[in-house]
Design a protein around this ligand. Structure first.
Ligand SMILES: NC(=O)c1ccc[n+]([C@@H]2O[C@H](COP(=O)([O-])OP(=O)(O)OC[C@H]3O[C@@H](n4cnc5c(N)ncnc54)[C@H](OP(=O)(O)O)[C@@H]3O)[C@@H](O)[C@H]2O)c1
Length: 329
């Protein structure tokens, strides 16, 4: 096979150490399936890795990008056939093995999910890790008893990729969604996605009692820090909080009171290490009952590999709304 373009990260320093270059298949980490990539996407984690703002890669150099969707051109596994349209998200991409920001990817068969028929590769990357994580969180909450009757579900970091898709998916399932955002001009966008209420975090009084007035039937938290602590103190009895993100910090200050007096459940969501059966199940739900109704309004940007570095700073600053698709060919 000829040489191809890849966005490669050479060190934790970011800057010019992360760039598009020409490589061959022999440069990629081992794997039984070779995919001709059609689209990838940008997630917060990709911006951390690409700028060096966060330590995501465990070895260097690696191709960046935690997501890829494309067509299988080689496979050593009967569960994945040549010609299949597939998606790979997480699974060590851009951490321990080469990722999706390249014209070709080589990955272990266990990571590869044949796309449900109703999803094309571009739609799959409009969703990407963000959509998969939102869906996994909702799936886990429901397995743990979450139902609309428990009360409104709060979504923090609501205009981000995971947040936007969680708002859309939850409202589609009949939950009343309260979107919590740091942006002052996001109400129209969030209401279009199905939010019933929109709160601005800058004007919220978080209080400091071990238990505050119980407001939420459940919560999807993308930011961590003070907001996550406040969610534990304001959840209604037996509700679930899906802890997904750390955009505002890794600390969690709370007490055991919400857990032992209100039976609040704190569910950790890890989209990277997911058994294949569960991956297939979650993508199947994304293609059916969890399919966002407003993906066109969420995934509004498309960029080339060369345009990646210019996109990352806005993710780090938290000023991005929605999702960015990356065109690979
Ligand atoms: N656990 C997992 O497996 C998993 C998977 C995917 C993502 N994540 C994590 O989930 C979070 C969201 O990911 P994403 O890809 O949706 O990110 P994103 O598109 O960049 O969105 C992040 C959003 O968080 C909000 N935010 C609040 N405070 C922020 C701050 N100090 N800096 C930056 N953003 C801030 C902003 O929304 P508002 O302005 O609306 O508040 C921002 O748009 C990230 O922390 C990411 O690492 C975890």
């Amino acid at each position: 096979m000829e040489a191809f373009r890849a966005f490669r990260i050479h060190s934790p320093a970011g800057g010019d150490d992360a760039r598009v270059e020409t490589i061959t298949l022999d440069d990629l980490s081992p794997g039984g399936v070779v995919i001709r990539g059609e689209y990838s996407s940008i997630n917060y984690k990709d911006a951390l890795a690409g700028t060096g703002e966060g330590r995501i890669l465990r070895r260097y150099p690696l191709v960046g990008g935690v997501d890829v969707a494309g067509t299988v051109i080689q496979s050593d596994d009967e569960r994945v056939r040549e010609g299949d349209k597939v998606v790979v998200n997480g699974c060590g991409l851009s951490e321990t093995q080469d990722g999706g920001f390249a014209e070709y990817a080589r990955v272990p068969a266990d990571c590869v999910v044949p796309l449900p028929e109703s999803l094309d590769t571009r739609t799959a990357m409009g969703l990407g890790t963000a959509g998969f994580t939102a869906a996994l969180a909702i799936h886990r909450m429901e397995l743990n008893g979450q139902v609309p009757a428990l009360g409104p579900v709060a979504v923090t970091g609501a205009t981000g990729g995971v947040g936007s898709l969680a708002v859309d998916m939850l409202s589609g399932l009949g939950y009343s969604v309260t979107a919590i955002t740091s942006k002052t001009d996001a109400a129209d966008y969030l209401q279009t996605l199905g939010a019933h209420d929109v709160l601005n975090v800058k004007t919220m009084e978080l209080g400091n009692k071990p238990l505050e007035k119980a407001l939420w039937g459940g919560a999807v938290d993308n930011v961590g820090g003070d907001l996550l602590g406040w969610l534990t103190r304001t959840l209604r009895p037996d509700g679930n909080i899906a802890s997904i993100g750390l955009a505002a910090g890794i600390a969690l200050n709370t007490t055991v009171m919400p857990f032992i007096l209100r039976g609040v459940n704190l569910l950790g969501i890890n989209s990277v290490h997911v058994p294949r059966d569960l991956r297939l199940q979650v993508w199947q739900r994304i293609a059916t009952d969890l399919r966002p109704r407003h993906l066109d309004q969420v995934a509004t940007r498309e960029v080339s590999l060369e345009e990646l570095p210019a996109q990352f700073p806005a993710y780090i600053a938290g000023t991005v709304t929605g999702r960015t698709i990356v065109r690979l060919q």
